[in-house]
Design a protein around this ligand. Structure first.
Ligand code: PEP
Ligand code: MN
Length: 444
């Protein structure tokens, strides 16, 4: 195992999407502080997750990865975390039943605080300021002072992630994730919403399966607790580097800021710092692949990030857009498969489908999201490969950020409760509808 590059080595590669900090001494102080902090996750947990994702590469498990586009420090409240977790668990039950394989549950949570931006600046009413890059970097408030990158925020990311993970761990092991309870929430959804009723048949089937298990006296541990893992985009090098540690058990480096980290569409250049850093860690990792990705790009990324072709190590998260996936995805899968590469393929049906509504809000159409997932399933089915999962931006709250769905949210509804500080998320109801619709795709 080659040694981990230093932060200076990484910066020498000219990394994209990094904050321009005004005071380097303060950055060094924050990084020094972070280096002393305990790990947020354990290397052994990352290994367990890698084994689970290895099952996805074999077609024996399905991934559900979801959460906010951008977590915020203000969003670290018990209600917010619980609602997000609840909707993910509800979706996971439906998907598990439909797929008849384990669903690997991954939150975009406890670390998802840094955002790549398409423009360095933002202009409002003739005033231009640096873009908001996530709470990890600067403040959302549109003032000059708030938009200055502050390295102390990296320490705040650590503390917010620790608080979130602590609560998540308590929820998933402390009875909250009880399977019957989660199913009751789903039957409530089906009963109480007019458009939920079309999913009644499946909810009823799940009910019968649970009743059968109870009747025969089966009550495994798995009914009362779930495995849940954290994930985020590894973007700010200072943070990810400071949390990259040598595991005392194996003597190998892990990024202990989260179980799974991914490289975004804007930072996946082969010879750049993000690919370099993540090539040295042992965690399971992902790479976002957008519509400009060539099959050779995918092969080169796999060669650099997973040279031993270890199953579970590498997940390709495709985000083509509903209109492009059917044409763009097949050649990537064909070449990667022909090379015998072990990768999990998962579909991000969000980032290729963003547009600005006439009301000025950034939004996504629920139908486009469904159409991209359908395209993803169609392509994999045609090629005989496994559509391994979903990567979605969602919240457990009743926000109005994406249009469409059974509630038929329109452009005019967006202003009612638009709370995302970055990309539009599926709300609670849209997320559950997505799960039921994908369940149908898994079964057909
Ligand atoms: C994201 O996941 O929020 C994101 C920025 O995605 P991408 O890198 O695919 O654009
Ligand atoms: Mn996003």
């Amino acid at each position: 195992m080659s040694t981990i590059p230093s932060l200076a080595d990484l910066h020498a590669l000219g990394p994209a999407q990094q904050p321009t900090y005004p005071d380097r001494a303060k950055v060094d102080a924050a990084v020094d502080r972070l280096r002393t902090m305990p790990p947020l996750v354990f290397a052994g947990e990352c290994d367990e997750l890698k084994d689970k994702i290895a099952a996805v590469t074999r077609g024996e498990a399905f991934i559900l990865q979801g959460g906010d586009c951008a977590e915020t420090f203000a969003g670290v409240t018990a209600d917010n975390v619980r609602n997000k977790l609840r909707v993910l668990l509800q979706m996971a039950v439906v998907l598990t039943y439909a797929a008849s394989v384990p669903v690997v549950k991954l939150g975009r949570i406890a670390g998802q605080y840094a955002k790549p931006r398409s423009s360095d600046n933002e202009t409002r009413n003739g005033v231009t300021l640096p873009a908001y890059r996530g709470d990890a970097v600067n403040g959302y408030e549109f003032t000059e002072a708030s938009r200055v990158p502050d390295p102390q925020r990296l320490v705040d990311v650590y503390n917010s992630s620790a608080a979130t993970l602590n609560l998540v761990r308590a929820f998933v092991t402390g009875g909250y994730a009880d399977l019957r309870q989660v199913h009751t929430w789903n039957t409530d959804f089906v009963k109480t919403s007019p458009f939920g009723q079309q999913y009644e048949a499946m909810a009823h089937e799940i009910e019968r399966a649970l009743t059968f298990m109870k009747a025969i006296g089966a009550d495994p541990d798995e009914f009362h607790r779930v495995d849940f893992h954290s994930s985020h985009e590894a973007l700010v090098l200072e943070y990810e580097h400071a949390l990259t540690r040598i595991d005392s058990r194996t003597q190998l480096p892990y990024d202990v800021s989260g179980h799974f980290v991914w490289i975004g569409e804007r930072t996946r250049q082969l010879d750049n710092a993000h690919v370099e850093l993540l090539s040295h860690i042992q965690n399971p990792i992902g790479v976002k692949l957008g519509p400009t990705t060539s099959a050779d790009d995918a092969l080169a990324l796999a060669a650099k990030l997973n040279p031993t072709n270890e199953a579970g190590r590498l997940t390709f998260i495709t985000r083509f857009g509903a209109g492009k996936i059917r044409d763009g995805l097949p050649s990537l899968i064909e070449k990667v498969t022909a090379e015998g590469l072990q990768v999990a393929w998962i579909c991000d049906p969000m980032h290729g489908n963003t547009f600005e509504a006439s009301s000025g809000y950034k939004t996504r159409r629920f139908d486009d999201v469904i159409d991209e997932v359908q395209g993803f399933f169609d392509v994999h089915r045609a090629l005989g490969t496994w559509p391994g999962g979903l990567h979605v931006e969602l919240t457990g709250d009743d926000v109005t950020e994406c249009v469409g769905g059974g509630e038929e949210l329109t452009d005019m509804d967006l202003s009612a409760r638009y709370e995302s500080v970055c990309d539009p998320r599926l709300n609670r109801v849209q997320s559950l509808e997505l799960a039921f619709l994908v369940a149908d795709m898994l079964r057909s």
